[in-house]
Design a protein around this ligand. Structure first.
Ligand SMILES: [Zn+2]
Length: 431
């Protein structure tokens, strides 16, 4: 404490002196002699011990802090690696040795989760319930299939309190490539911190479709001045605001506040279509005067999303009925998604069925989608989690946390959330 005060006093003296000189009209560079005079004057009072304390504060503490932040998100290996940067003189520091043993212990404390992993999903969130539930022809659909921002926030709190942790869908299997280059997928029990329950999350569409206009949904995703992914929302009066108005920025903020809600930074999957562009940018329209800048915006946002734990999936270009359309239509639709969307957001091995309508396993369509690099196929089945790893694919069901599920089938998600605590009171009756 004493040392800290002393250092503060030193800094204060220096700044008061330099302020005084500048105020008197002396050019800043001429303050240098004064700055060197101070340490000269005070140096004898700095003992070896005091100097070491200053060095500790300046070099060791930032390393410890950074390592701690990594460990909180279960990046134990990275945290241990960070501690290798500790200067020799502090190698035996109590805080360093304690951190090292805690992180090593953390590394060996993961346990396999042997049950089928739950996969939940949302659509774009309702920000303004007055607009969404205004009684027009879309109201009832929104009431069934959508979730409000308040509900999403409450769901995250519930999931966290119930010890769920977001994982990467790729943790559901291990991939082996033989000498001939054939890939075999084997079911894997994901390794999670003891006591945690793994969970996969996805968000469908994220197109901010034209039909949602005037209905209280966000306008698009954007990057804010810090480079973080946020939403642009325009309210009833035309007022613009930037904030956490959809699942992605909301989860980002939640994980920042609760790093142990995410296993090694995993967040969720964005199931993108293409027929009205993506992320709120109409990159499907070749006539658009802002086409090039919109494409660039999507590229940058996607890049940032992926850096921060998000993955992309194909949700079909035209949101078509994958099971019933012809083989050729599926090929055409998939090719278009790859050309117009994957070219901006990157390739993916995840296919999330529009309407949850699954194709047959096996089938010609499955073989085709696999030949296009898809390995993970997600349908919808709210009743119970279901994961199959077989013949080079992973099939997983998803459960929607929306008005319908929370009102009509709350028991089917009672292991995840208490729907009665979550349901937005502003929802009208389901018709
Ligand atoms: Zn969809």
């Amino acid at each position: 404490m004493k040392k800290k005060h002393f250092r503060k006093w030193m800094l204060l003296t220096a700044s008061v002196l330099s302020f005084g000189l500048t105020a008197c009209g002396v050019a800043p560079q001429e303050t240098e002699p004064a700055a060197t005079e101070i340490p000269e004057e005070k140096e004898p009072e700095l003992s070896e011990e005091e100097l070491a304390a200053i060095r500790r504060e300046e070099t060791l503490v930032p390393i410890l802090e950074e390592a701690k932040g990594l460990a909180e998100g279960y990046f134990y290996e990275e945290a241990i690696e960070k501690l290798q940067e500790v200067p020799e003189e502090f190698a035996q520091d109590e805080d360093v040795t304690a951190a090292l043993s805690a992180y090593n212990e953390g590394l060996s404390s993961f346990v396999p989760y042997e049950q089928p992993v739950r996969h939940i999903f949302f659509h774009s969130l309702i920000v303004d319930t007055d607009l969404a539930f205004d009684g027009d022809h879309m109201s009832n659909g929104y009431n069934y299939w959508m979730t409000t921002t308040e509900e999403c926030q409450a769901i995250l709190e519930e999931l966290y309190a119930n010890n769920y942790i977001l994982i990467d869908i790729h943790d559901l299997c291990t991939e082996q490539t033989d000498e001939a280059g054939n890939v075999t997928l084997t079911a894997a029990a994901p390794l999670v911190p003891e006591g945690k329950i793994p969970l996969v999350l996805s968000v469908d569409d994220v197109s901010y479709y034209e039909y949602m206009k005037e209905d209280g949904f966000p306008k698009r995703l954007i990057l804010d001045e810090n480079g973080d992914v946020k939403n642009l929302y325009i309210d009833q009066n035309g007022e613009e605001s930037i904030g956490d108005y959809d699942v992605m920025p909301m989860v980002d903020t939640f994980v920042r506040e609760h790093p142990d809600f995410s296993l090694r930074g995993a967040k969720g999957i964005i199931a993108a279509t293409g027929y009205e562009g993506t992320l709120g940018y109409r990159v499907n329209d070749p006539e658009s005067p802002t086409l090039e800048e919109d494409k660039e915006a999507v590229r940058k946002i996607a890049e940032r999303l992926k850096e921060t734990g998000w993955l992309f999936a194909s949700h079909g270009y035209g949101h078509r009925h994958t099971a019933s359309i012809s083989y050729n239509s599926l090929v055409e639709d998939t090719t278009r998604w790859k050309n117009e969307i994957a070219s901006l957001v990157g390739d993916t091995d995840i296919y999330i069925y529009p309407y949850g309508e699954e194709i047959d396993y096996p089938s010609q369509k499955l073989t085709y989608l696999q030949s296009e690099g898809f390995r993970f196929f997600c349908g919808v089945w709210a009743s119970k989690p279901f994961v199959v790893v077989k013949d080079g694919y992973v099939r997983q069901t998803r459960c929607n946390l929306d008005g319908y599920t929370m009102t009509k089938r709350p028991e089917s998600v009672s292991d995840l959330i208490d729907a009665s605590k979550v349901l937005d009171q502003r929802r009208p009756e389901l018709e």
